[in-house]
Structure formats: C-alpha cells, structure tokens
Design a protein. Structure first.
Lengths: 204, 204, 204, 204
DNA sequence: CATGAATGAGATTTCATTCAT
DNA sequence: CATGAATGAAATCTCATTCAT
C-alpha cells in the first residue's frame, strides 16, 4: 500500500510528511475522520501507530494539515481566476473547471472537507474553514449576481438557492469521482456546466 | 423494514421512543454518527446515558430505526409516483417534489443518510441501504433514459453523470435546509426543477 | 486497602469522591504524582482504571481537588489565627501548631504539596498555588518582622532566611510524620517551637 | 562509587559528559526526574534525544551518576570532618558548613536527592542511597547524642526529632538556594547555626 | 558524534454497555 | 422508567530506547 515502494530510500522529512498525509487522507476519506483510528493510518503507511507521532502532533493536526493544504491550493487557483477580469459566465466556467481539477488532484481532501467541515466549524482550530466558506460564498454568489445584472443568468431564480445548488453540485462529485476514470476533470466540468447552464430538458 | 424488531426491548410508550429517536437524529445529523456519544443524546433528551438502554438495544439500533423509518416512508411515496403512469418529465418532477417533501419531514434522517450511508453499506445490518440505493438508481436512471428515448431529455449528456448530478443536487439540500424557512418544499422543488431542466443561463 | 470495607453499601456521590480522593492522595504521596498511574489508584480503590473517570475528569483534576481542598482548610485555620489579635510570638506558636495539626489531618496532601507544587506553579490551572504561597509569605514574614520590631525575635538574623528556615522546617515534617505515632501533633509542635525559639544548645 | 562503571559506554571526552550531566541535573531538579523526558534534556543540551545514548546507557544511569558523584564528594568532606576529632558542637558546625558548601557546588544534585531519594530506595541500583542515609544518621545523631552526653546540647528534646529537624532544615535549603546570591554558603551556614543553636527568640 | 526515523511498551482517556436499586 | 456506578475494550498519545546512516 505504501506509494513509491520501489524507492525505499529514506526520504528527507517534508516528502515523508507528504506521503503520510496522503495516506491519512485516503483513509479519512474512505472511513470518515472519527471512524479512522491512528492504527489504521499507521497500518496503511506500514508503521506502528506510535511512530506517526514522530511526524505529527496528533490525529487532529493531520486533518488540519490536509484541509489547509487543500484550501491553500484551491484559493491560489480561484484567486487567479477572479483576478483575470473575465465576464460572469466565463468566470463561472473557470471556477467550475478549477474545482473539478482540484477534485482530480486532491480527491481525498475534498471528500473529507465535504463530510467533516460542518461539525469542525465550531472548533477554534478550524475557524479558517468558516473564513474560507465566507470567501467562497462571496466569489460564487458575486459572480452569479453579476451575471444576473448583466442578463447572462436568469433573474427569476433565488440567487442564494442557485448558489447552494451550484456549490453542492460541484463538490459532492468528490464522493464518487475516481481519478484516472473514463472522463477527464475537464470533460466532467464541461458536461456539468452544460447541464447547469442549459438544463437537461430538450429545447423546443 | 426495521430489522431485528423482535429483539428490540418493547417499550410501553411508543411516543417516547419517537421523541427520543427524533432527538437522537438531530444529534447524529449535527455531529455525525461516530462523533455522537450516547451521553450527548441522553443530555439532549434530559436523561442519563444508561437510561437510553431501557428504550433501545444499542446506539446502532437507534441509527437503524431512524434510517429505516425514513426509507420506508420515502419508498411509499416514490412507489405511488412510479405506479401512476406519468411521463418521464412529470415523473422526474414528482420524484423531486416528493424528495424535498421528505427532506422537509425528516431532515435529520436525510442528512444522516447522506453522510453515513457510504460506510454503512458494508455492515450486514445495513444491507437494506444498498438495496434501496439500487432501487433508487433504477427509478431515476430509468426515468432519465425513458426521457432521452422519448426526446424530452437531452441525448448528448452521459446518463450516469446526469443521474449522479440530479441525485446529489436534490439530497445535499438536506445539509442546509431548515423546516419553516422562507421557502416551502414545493417552492424549492419548483426552483430546483427549473434550474435542472432549463438551466441557469438566459436563453437567447 | 479500601477504607471502611465493612460498610460496602453504595455511598452517595460526595462521600465516594472523598474516599477516592483520599486513596489517590495516599498513592500520590507515596510514589509521586508522575510516577503514579491511574491504574495504581484504581487498584488501590478496588476498581478499574476507566471507572475513575466516572468521578473525575482526569488524573490532574484529582491532584487539583486534593491540593485545593487542603489549602482551603489550611487557610480557614490560618485566617482564624491571624484575625485573633495575638502578639507575634503567640501568633507564630499558633501558626506552627495549626500547621502540624494540618499535617496530622491531611498528611498525604501536605506531602504532595511539598513535592509537586514547585513544578506545578507554571501551569495556569495551579496558579492558586502561587497565590497561596504569596499569602503564606506575607503571614509568616509579617509575623517575624512584627516580632523583630517589638523585640521578641532577634534582630541580627536575615528575616527572609529565617522565614524560609521556619517554613521548610515545619512542612518537611510531612515527609516522615505518621498519624497515630508516639507524638501528638501538638507535642511535635511544642518541641519544634522549643527548638526554633530557644535553640538546641544548652544555655550558659 | 558509580555502579556499573564497567558497563557504561566509554565516551572519548569526559568534559562533554560532565556538561551533559550538569544539564540533565538542572532539568531533573527543575521538573522532577519522572516528569523530565530525555527529549527535554536533549533540548537543553542542544541535541536530539537519541544522541544522548551515545554518552549514556539510559536516563536512569544519568540520575545514578549525578547522585553518586554528589554523595562521593559529600562523604569525602564529611569523613574529613568526622576524622578530625572535634567536639560535638564544633563537629555540628563543621557538618552544617560543609553541607551548605555542597549545596553551593551541587545545588541541582542535592535538590534531586531531596525529592527523589525516597522512592528510589527500593530499587537495587540505588541501594547505596540507603547506605548513605544510614551513615548520615549515624554521623548526625551520634554527634547530637555526644553533645547531650557532654551537656552542650539540651537533654529535654527528643533526639530523633532533633535529628530530623536539623537534617531537613539544612537540605531543604537546596530548593531555594541560588549560587551567586547575596549570601555565601558560609554566611548562610552561620545564620542557620545561630538559629538552630541559640533559637530565634530574644534572650532575656 | 549526531541525526532522523522508528519501535514497543505502557500511560491516559473515551465510551458503549450493563445492572442493582 | 430512570439513576448511579461500574466494566472492559479500544482509542489516542507518550516516551525511553535503538539503529542505520
């Protein structure tokens, strides 16, 4: 189960951390954070449970690193999109595409984020999740409202409802998406966008 | 549909059971099944942890009853819709509307179902979740394919992708929906259907 | 090892706590706080380690309760002495006597206090130990200085040195004192006071 | 006196060992032996925990070396005093003075000895602590009794009580003494002796 | 000499569950 | 019906120690 098993040379610290975090993320995503014991993570990493504590303070800090690394990367991409001066429809398309790419790269982290973030919001350590959610809403809802104002998006829909619809629609995909499947992230994004923008009904 | 119903301690007052199950469902939905201790449920119910065992066999059997009661009711409605001989579009509209009504009635149960069913599928006691999922897929995917065949739904979209899109789109709503909010379930269903069927882009 | 073994009837909560705290205090005093495992406490109390957590939050909170109960009682006695308007010598005699009585009543707590308080001072939870130490110094040093001013105590000794000498001299006794031995606390206090006040050398 | 000296890993540089032992002694004295992790010692020495094992067999052997070095030196001085044929009062004065000098030189070791020796007595490796204690009692108690017999010390005090009083009085000073403070060890010894021999009360 | 990584034993703590009252 | 007290299994975490490099 250890990745790169052909390269058993001792890796310099940061790479080993990454490996272990990737392993932990897979297990968290598959079983849920609470149902995952550190022993399961250690098993998957081929070491003893106690040995994980050489690399990490606690099970919680692993979760923390996984989620914050994911959000850091996501926001780097989102910010690039938002700074590029696109119109609302192109912005929406770019955000959706980046989201599916992020699911492709960090599937486990996204799945964990989906499942656990809600009851993590309360804990001080994870306040950044709430901050991120607020920025997220601002970016997406803003884009939608800009689109309504410029008449590229329908004005007869409740904007917050549409926002939630879009947001959930995209991220829930992490629960079934498998990297290396038959559709590339860009292809999935294209189909999703087609459904969301044009609808699934045949036009008369 | 509740398994092991012959093994469940018979409690003289069924209303008290319902109350306690509703309380448990709220806590499960808010914190996640694994993160919920029986003590938390007991606190919310104003009793001590041990006292719950007069009413229920185990924490797991509470979860079981909550989920099976929800699925029993859902399938009663779905079956009525599916038996009524509607066309694909009307069937889809009816299924979506019933789904939002179910979210309205059993929000906590739906949220639990969303979050927990994936890793419950393995355990024998919860095999009925897998059965239900299979029936679910058959009903929705069948309706979609009937619609494609009769040219009311677009033929250029991957059907399984569309199915997952629709399914997620509807049920994820349980994570933010609050009964008694500004929109009735029927109104939410109408807007969701409008987005899904017609798209959010303005038609030229 | 459980005290009152003849009275095995289930005791109402606060008495059981007291029993367990007394047991814990004995073990802490005998082995040191850090070297004492909760399993040892539980063994001494005739229960399993986990069962202690029904009564107490943590091993640390047991220590906390033991120390604060001891200090509460000590200060009740000291305050009574200090409020009674005695002269410096009588005050000193009364303080020493109350101290030995306290050692007689709470020997284990005093021994723990002696051994552990120094490295506990840093932790926020035990800040009250520092407060108590400050009050302690004020009471004893004040009495000594009053005595020097009124010429009942020698003026040629460094007061702070005398204070530490007295303080340690009294409390260290907890490390060898055994209640029910050949000397009553009052008798020990009398001999200590005689040594401290008159010296051990024969007067010419 | 260091036990197992043939088993100790031979380190090329004895000065480094001394440095490390001094560092370890400081940490043991400040935090207590049990509460001190080898990582804390290594941190204080600017190395990693594992590296200490190049110099020492175990944490326990560090403690062993610290305590036995201290006792070796102490007994060299005590023996010189006891062999010099002084009278009881002069002997007592010399022993007290040498004790404070030892506190000045090996403050940390003395503090550790005070705090830890009680529960170390049981372990075979530290039996020499018990031997030392017995010799100690013989020397001090003998001096006191000689003094009582020759009428230089009061006969109306319990000798064992006096012995413990003296012993504690002197050694506890290690818990607050700081080398390089305003009083030299000889000055502190003089004041202590004055208190102990003449008392703190003004003579009429 | 020192590091980085791991081991393995054992410590504290959690928690579903039981049961006498 | 509910409480109070406990059990026992398992979880998280700690730490002295080892060892290849």
């Amino acid at each position: 189960m250890p990745k790169n098993s052909e390269k058993t040379t001792v890796s310099p610290s940061p790479e080993r951390r990454e490996e272990l975090l990737a392993t932990a993320a897979e297990v968290f995503a598959a079983q849920g954070y609470n149902a995952t014991t550190v022993r399961k993570i250690a098993d998957a990493a081929g070491m003893l449970a106690g040995s994980l504590y050489y690399h990490f303070d606690s099970k919680e800090s692993m979760l923390d690193e996984i989620l914050s690394a994911f959000l850091d990367e996501l926001w780097a991409r989102y910010d690039a999109v938002l700074a590029s001066g696109l119109g609302p429809r192109q912005t929406l398309e770019a955000l959706v595409t980046e989201s599916f790419r992020e699911i492709d790269r960090h599937r486990a982290a996204v799945a964990i984020y989906q499942k656990e973030s809600k009851h993590l919001l309360d804990e001080p350590r994870f306040h950044y999740l709430a901050d991120s959610q607020a920025r997220f809403e601002k970016a997406w809802l803003g884009t939608l409202e800009r689109g309504v104002a410029t008449q590229v998006f329908r004005a007869d829909l409740d904007s917050r409802l549409t926002y939630r619809f879009l947001r959930d629609t995209v991220w829930v995909a992490a629960s079934w998406y498998r990297p290396g499947g038959q559709h590339s992230p860009e292809e999935i994004a294209r189909q999703y966008l087609s459904m969301v923008l044009e609808g699934i009904a045949v036009r008369e």
